[in-house]
Design a protein around this ligand. Structure first.
Ligand code: ZN
Length: 300
């Protein structure tokens, strides 16, 4: 059984565009995981080989990313090394992402210094979203083989997509997006895990999700239990991507690392809350998040 609301959403071409574009980011992420992980591992090893001072353990075991002005000599050495390998010298470093005593032994703790904020609890590439991995590639000079122009373009598309209040995307946007993704992926032709990514992205952007549900053009005859679908597994899968994307968007909007409520995008939260409420199936799935949105709005 497929919920009527999901069928209506899959019958809305601009919402489908939003869903498909978001799905492409998840595909991209799956290819970038092993690539970024492997590169950071080598980068970390190189740093240790070339600067023996970095091999010394933290002197206090209490150095913290958010209080680096008090760091011991070993952690200060790491801080200098991390800054020396920035691709964008003026970028703000989110030191609070990192646990400095682990820099010596954990390459991902080093990677997190090159990422946007909110990565404190993340332990590896597989737990990162596409945005975090793209920012890492854009910010650390061990990824110099990747042209930053295309990385930034993909980041910009990703932000437009995730910050779209309406969750709807025009066909023209999709065409430009597809072109940019193509340019980006082409740079990884030597990376085995990325070989499939370009193909999967093209397939995703050309597939018509509504065709995978039978009886879509006969919505008038839907019985009260919903439709019987000839490919329930496909619909389940689509519904799973949708939930994953909405989860990412909700997390970003509700993100509480930053206690400053003024920086929160209340307009977007309001629209997203309204959307979840209007779609009963999603409202039930994200009931906890809806409550969080309500209580934030009540505080205003
Ligand atoms: Zn230290």
């Amino acid at each position: 059984m497929v919920s009527e609301e999901l069928l209506l959403r899959l019958n809305d071409s601009e919402y489908k565009n939003w869903l498909k574009a978001g799905r492409c980011l998840l595909i991209l992420k799956s290819g970038l995981h092993p690539f970024t992980s492997q590169h950071m591992r080598c980068f970390h090893k190189d740093l240790l080989t070339h600067s023996p001072l970095l091999g010394r353990p933290c002197e206090t075991n209490a150095c913290r990313g958010n209080k680096l002005s008090w760091a011991c000599r070993a952690c200060s050495e790491w801080k200098t090394a991390i800054l020396a390998h920035q691709r964008q010298p003026n970028r703000t470093v989110h030191w609070e992402n990192c646990s400095p005593p682990s820099w010596r032994t954990d390459f991902w703790e080093v990677a997190k210094a090159y990422m946007p904020g909110g990565q404190g609890k993340v332990k590896g590439a597989d737990q990162c979203d596409a945005s975090a991995l793209l920012n890492l590639i854009n910010s650390c000079d061990c990824f110099q083989t990747v042209d930053p122009k295309f990385v930034r373009e993909v980041i910009q598309y990703r932000n437009e997509l995730m910050h779209s209040c309406e969750l709807r995307i025009k066909d023209e946007w999709i065409r430009r997006y597809q072109k940019t993704l193509k340019h980006f992926v082409r740079q990884f032709s030597h990376v085995p895990q990325m070989a499939k990514v370009g193909q999967e992205i093209d397939e995703m952007l050309t597939v018509d999700l509504s065709l995978s549900v039978s009886g879509l053009d006969q919505l008038d005859s839907v019985d009260s239990d919903g439709l019987v679908c000839d490919s329930e597994a496909t619909v389940d899968l689509i519904s799973q991507w949708e939930a994953e994307l909405l989860q990412e968007k909700l997390q970003e909007l509700l993100h509480t690392d930053n206690e400053d409520a003024d920086t929160r995008d209340t307009e977007q939260l309001k629209m997203l809350g309204g959307f979840l409420q209007a779609n009963r199936d999603l409202g039930e799935r994200f009931s906890a998040e809806l409550q969080a949105i309500d209580s934030l709005q009540a505080r205003k």
